[in-house]
Ligand binder design. Structure first.
Ligand SMILES: *Cc1c(COP(=O)(O)O)cnc(C)c1O
Length: 354
């Protein structure tokens, strides 16, 4: 059988053999009692990597963002975020449903940033009519904005604004290591002045499950309580952490390959008549490209499945990817994709245009 070549997301990555061995041999304990040595080791390692006091393993990035924001933002306060932010767009409205937190959406620029002037004018004055602003979140890399990495320079600018206004800055760093690799900046630098961040072990880093929240010790203490309240306190979850440790130790080089595969793919797409792509904006493992509506082939229409998380899913035989908006497609490279898969996709894409 042909293997599925899955460009839908880096969430589809499978654990490496080294991870499976680590899982099998992990020392375990009850993590709600904070007695799982493997989790304790992973949390310490993650905190060190990020230059933060403390860290907490959570089941998913969504829960990591939710917990962080619940801790930072009292009920009825307002959080500033991008209109294309994962936290706003793809997290089932959790911050509003569970935290009573009001979201103030600012326009995301194509590079994933929020304009500094927009942030400054969105911060509320103290007035009885207004909710109080309690936090800002940024997303690095920015999923819906071409997988763009945000520089430490930009993050520091926003951190200064947050600090000056006595509000918190949270980074949704689901793919922060992709940003670090793309910018060739130490990941610590990217989060130096932020109050908290979450990152995913289960995307480019290829662990089967898990995300990490990092921040000050006091903050993580509160996060641990909320994690329990949400049902995210897991017992012998060292089996998850064992794979996460291998992720941090071994998978950064893979991210470099993912980025070079994405660049090859982008270059190949730019050579296909009828497709267009903004080559300048391909910096990490996520890329978007467009098909000219008049060039859409019947073959493509036949391979389009409706009713998935995006408007449609495309299956060109064993090659799968998403159509994110009508005539705009998303491709994600990851450890399950090699150079020959890139070549196969490029061949297949020639058939989607007429
Ligand atoms: C995937 C993702 C998340 C959420 O992670 P899950 O583990 O899927 O809940 C959060 N933010 C961004 C930018 C993501 O891409």
């Amino acid at each position: 059988m042909n293997k599925i070549i899955d460009f839908r997301s880096d969430t589809v990555t499978l654990p490496t053999d080294q991870m499976l061995n680590a899982i099998k041999n992990a020392d375990l304990g009850d993590d709600v009692f904070q007695e799982d040595p493997t989790i304790n080791k992973l949390e310490k390692k993650a905190a060190n990597l990020m230059g933060k006091e403390s860290a907490l393993l959570v089941p998913s990035g969504t829960m990591g963002n939710l917990i962080s924001i619940l801790v930072h933002c009292p009920r009825g306060t307002e959080i500033i975020l991008g209109d294309k932010a994962h936290t706003f767009y793809y997290e089932a409205g959790g911050i509003s449903a569970f935290g009573g937190i009001h979201s103030r959406q600012l326009k995301n620029q194509a590079d994933g940033t929020l304009k500094v002037d927009d942030i400054l004018s969105a911060i509320r004055k103290d007035n009885v009519h207004f909710p109080r602003t309690s936090a800002i979140t940024l997303e690095n890399t920015h999923n819906l904005c071409n997988g763009s990495p945000l520089s430490s320079n930009y993050c520091n600018t926003v951190a200064k604004i947050a600090d000056d206004n006595n509000i918190k800055l949270h980074i949704d760093g689901a793919r922060i290591f992709n940003a670090s690799v793309a910018l060739n900046e130490n990941v610590k630098k990217l989060v130096e002045n932020v109050n908290s961040l979450t990152f995913c072990l289960s995307k480019g880093l290829s662990a089967p499950v898990g995300s990490i929240i990092c921040g000050e010790e006091k903050f993580i203490y509160e996060c641990r309580r909320i994690r329990k309240a949400l049902g995210g306190g897991m017992r012998q979850a060292g089996i998850i952490a064992a794979a996460g440790i291998v992720s941090l130790d071994t998978m950064i080089d893979q991210i470099k390959k993912d980025h070079s595969n994405a660049k090859k793919l982008a270059k190949g797409i730019s050579d296909i008549d009828g497709l267009s792509i903004d080559l300048e904006n391909i910096n990490t493992n996520i890329l978007y490209f467009d098909i000219h509506p008049q060039r859409r082939s019947d073959y493509l229409n036949k391979q389009t499945l409706k009713n998935c998380i995006y408007p449609s899913e495309i299956k060109l035989n064993n090659i799968h990817f998403f159509e994110s908006y009508k005539n705009r497609f998303r491709l994600v490279t990851h450890s399950g994709i090699n150079e020959s898969d890139v070549e196969k996709l490029l061949l297949a894409l020639k058939k989607i245009v007429k």
